[in-house]
Design a binder for this molecule. Structure first.
Ligand code: GAP
Length: 548
């Protein structure tokens, strides 16, 4: 494969995604909606194939895991009990000069003695910012083109204005430890917590009418009091789009366990949409506001969680690697103590080496008994498990009732799709029909993930070849294999198009097919062609898919 410069790899994948119909910008003809994406004709197939493979390995192939499909909007008490209403937030900060709003925990962090240059968009903006800083902070920064100089970090909590390279600051200011990401400005507001859940209202309630009446009745209240009153009105009918699929598995623990007579250890799996009003959206579909997750809550006996955490970390890692071309790009990383979520006693991230470096793909967390206990406490339901075969460790009596501990492998579908697009993208120099060097782009998607499994191509659009091809396609459809009839352009162009779409097999119907009933089957990766019997084509493709 030709060397891929890593940042251009991302650009190439984004461009191919659009051209070939994997991923489009949402509402593109209206200028696009930030951080929202649509999965096109090939993208929707790839996404479903990833989800189907996950469901197959997590639910169908296991006796100890069952599935559910819960509603996206749940009772708002769920989010109160889980802690999402109080704590699911990002620290937000505003730059006092540019008004840029950003996440404090993701901002660049210049260290003591570092300069703090403010990079403006152009000279005009630089002039405006010099004036704004002078007016607000009473210091005049030096301007060189579109960059402003003079500020330096003194220590972790202090910065100073050092005019004309002087050693001593003329003025000092509190330093927050970070600067705004776009301009590098250290002139920042206090941090505010911003809840990431999307809120809406349920029922035929006129919230705006209620708020208007409340404001008219309470004209004497100050801003803070008014806000508290309005929040109470909104809360009454507020519902939230789920920010993770996990909570439904805790809330439906008893129904699932009892209806299917499950014995601990067992798991409940779910795949579907989640929504987060992310402040920072980045790297194409890596982080978006609407995304899909594949999560499983695995309920285990207290004390066995460490062993099950390692078990699921390894199973999940094998799954990602098995469907990739380059398993060395995956690794796992244990969370440091101070990084752990409040409900977890241990956690691993499965990471992938994206063009910007290693970053999260899936989290495998040991969530203790936190969630079941919280929901039991808030709902009054008895979310526990009785094991008749075990002795209660405290009383020594036969039969043990306990709240199960939970291991949770939680993966992003759309993030996984990005990983497999990056993993699949290959540029190669290959001989063309005349034996000369030519370049091709080929998406080496695992055959089970490939959107189209087999393309059936009549060499020419006449002499009955299209009829033979169409009949073969309908045979594939009947067997549940996504095939595509394709007669547009020369055969070489068609092969290249299907290389870019990731189609693992191309079957060509030619003159010889009519004479001896054979066709050629071309392998996407090796480009080797074999002649096989037309009647065996379905069986050959089926066998290759099963064995892939
Ligand atoms: N129930 C636990 C949970 O939701 P998480 O680490 O917040 O944990 C799990 O999310 C996975 O979901 C992540 O590893 C990532 O793959 C995916 N994910 C989370 N936020 C996302 C976003 N804004 N856009 C795309 N994928 C996201």
């Amino acid at each position: 494969m030709a060397e891929n410069n890593s940042s251009s790899l991302m650009e190439k994948v984004i461009s191919l995604s659009k051209q070939r119909g994997f991923v489009f910008q949402s509402s593109e003809i209206y200028g696009g909606l930030k951080s929202a994406y649509d999965y096109g004709p090939l993208g929707v197939e790839l996404k479903r194939n990833i989800m189907n493979e996950w469901w197959r390995s997590m639910v169908h192939e296991r006796e100890d895991v069952i599935g559910i499909d819960a509603s996206i909007i749940m009772h708002s008490k769920v989010w109160h009990a889980s802690g999402h209403l109080a704590g699911f937030s990002d620290p937000l900060v505003d730059c006092l000069i540019s008004k840029e709003r950003f996440r404090a925990d993701k901002a660049p962090r210049p260290q003591p003695k570092d300069e703090l240059p403010i990079e403006c968009a152009d000279k005009g903006q630089a002039k405006t910012y010099v004036e704004a800083i002078q007016k607000r902070f009473n210091i005049e920064l030096k301007r060189n083109g579109k960059t402003l100089y003079g500020m330096k970090v003194i220590d972790e909590s202090t910065m100073g204005f050092f005019p004309d390279d002087s050693d001593k600051p003329m003025e000092t200011f509190p330093y927050r430890g970070y600067v705004s990401p776009t301009f590098g400005s250290p002139f920042l507001s206090d941090e505010r917590q911003f809840n990431l859940m999307f809120r809406s209202q349920i029922g035929p309630i006129d919230v705006l009418g209620d708020i208007t009446a409340y404001v008219e009745k309470n004209k004497e209240l100050d801003g803070k009091e008014l806000r508290t009153g309005i929040e109470e009105i909104v809360k009454k009918s507020a519902v939230y789009l789920r920010p993770e699929t996990a909570q439904a598995m805790f809330v439906q623990f008893l129904n699932c366990q009892q209806s299917m007579s499950m014995k601990v250890p067992f798991g409940i799996a779910q795949m579907g949409k989640s929504f987060r009003n992310e402040v920072t959206v980045e790297h194409f579909i890596f982080r978006s506001c609407e995304f899909e997750q594949m999560e499983m809550e695995f309920f285990v006996e207290p004390g066995s969680q460490k062993e099950w955490l390692d078990y699921w970390r390894d199973r999940r890692m094998e799954w990602w690697q098995k469907l990739s071309n380059d398993p060395s790009k995956f690794r796992y990383r244990a969370h440091e103590k101070d990084e752990l979520a409040h409900y977890a006693d241990a956690c691993y991230d499965i990471e992938y080496e994206y063009p910007w470096g290693f970053d999260e793909l899936e989290g495998v967390a040991s969530r203790t008994d936190y969630d079941l206990k919280k929901h039991a406490e808030h709902s009054g339901a008895k979310l526990s498990y009785f094991d008749q075969q075990k002795q209660d460790p405290e009383t020594g009596k036969n039969g043990w009732r306990y709240t199960p501990y939970v291991i949770e492998p939680a993966a992003g579908v759309t993030r996984g799709l990005l990983v497999y697009l990056l993993d699949a993208y290959h540029e190669e120099i290959v001989p063309n029909a005349d034996g000369a060097d030519s370049s091709r782009v080929v998406m080496k998607l695992h055959p089970r993930l490939a959107p189209i499994k087999v393309a059936v191509l009549p060499l020419v659009k006449k002499e009955g070849l299209p009829d033979i091809a169409r009949e073969m396609v309908s045979g594939f459809f009947k067997a549940g294999i996504n095939a595509r009839y394709d007669e547009q352009h020369s055969i070489g162009k068609r092969y290249r198009r299907h290389d870019e779409a990731g189609t693992p097999y191309c079957i060509t119907i030619d003159g010889q097919t009519k004479e001896d009933g054979t066709v050629t089957i071309r392998d996407r990766d090796t480009m080797k062609q074999e002649r096989i019997s037309k009647d065996e084509a379905l069986h050959v493709v089926q066998k290759r898919l099963v064995e892939s």
